[in-house]
Design a protein around this ligand. Sequence first.
Ligand code: FNR
Length: 364
Amino acid sequence: RLPDGIHCAADYSRLAAGAIDAPTLAYIDGGSGEDRTLAANRAAFGRLGLVPRLLPDLRGAQTRLSLLGQELAHPILLAPVAYQALAHPRAEIETARGAAAAEACMACSTLSSASLEEVAAHAGPQRWFQLYFQPQRAATLDLVRRAEAAGYTALVVTLDAAIQAPSLRALRAGFRMPAGLRAANLADYPPTPPKSPAPLPGASRIFQAATRDATTWADLDWLAAQTSLPLLVKGVLHPEDAGLALDHGAAGLVVSNHGGRTIDGAPASLSVLPSIRQAVGPGCPLLLDGGVRSGAGAFKAIALGADAVMVGRLQVHALAVAGALGVAHMIRLLREELELCMAATGCRTLADIHDGLIHRFHDY
Ligand code: FNR
């Protein structure tokens, strides 16, 4: 049964505090540093409205799209989110069932609580695997082979997590990773030495950590040569990085600041989206995440150049509040909110959504 009081997708976030303990919610909801980028992600959507059109002809209207040669029923995807056992005992298995019921493509994290094989067994046909490069190439390659064998149809290669700035919100709330929490996919790989050994005298702890096992663009070339799965590079915020990623084997990009969890002060994803679209041209598959909490948000991102959007925290909130049913319901609400925006602006297809339908509230 669905919980009472859910009237829009974002209501799941409102109810999350009743389903997740306060320190854990601070870890999930927090951004890095003082949450400035986190807030900017949301504020960027708030500055935009949409301009309705009168008496549109909406016969045959629908939300389908083709992405990387894959047919999707709608442009709302689930972003990779680690350790979903923090939100629900059956973790990503529930998320996968909810996504399948709502015809949504789900990206399973390298750091999932359930194994990628278990997730695949419950997911729909549209499933992507999010890959973090591992310190040993053999482990990275094994993850790729396992994802291929389990029927994942694309790899989302997240490159923005090398630098992890602490979340002051999580620290102040006293959050600690529960002792039993594990990344099921990595359980069989040899343990790696701790990330940040004591720095040598005079050396920088930060630079030392960022240099060890550092991924390079050559690693992306290597990955592209190992698999026929399309690669989507996630974490792009600079137009030059968009070009570099495509030069080194990416088939598409996700404009993202990791939900405001990388370096505080990074721009809102929506703010840089138009410059990235301009850099890559009209044909490049381009997704956006960060701050999408409504179907109107999806509409705005598509109008500014995205083909589709991903939702991170909203999926965890829905999972915690109502499991698979909550995830499916949340996606359905987002889809209906998007359809409402399309109907009001006279868009019969996603291709009809364009910048001319966007209103800038603070332009006066
Ligand atoms: C994330 N994100 C993330 N990204 C990724 O590529 N691999 C991962 O394992 C994780 N894990 C993760 C955990 C938690 C708790 C959060 C909140 C986020 C980032 C995620 O994919 C996405 O970029 C953001 O969540 C999008 O922003 P919103 O929708 O949360 O505003």
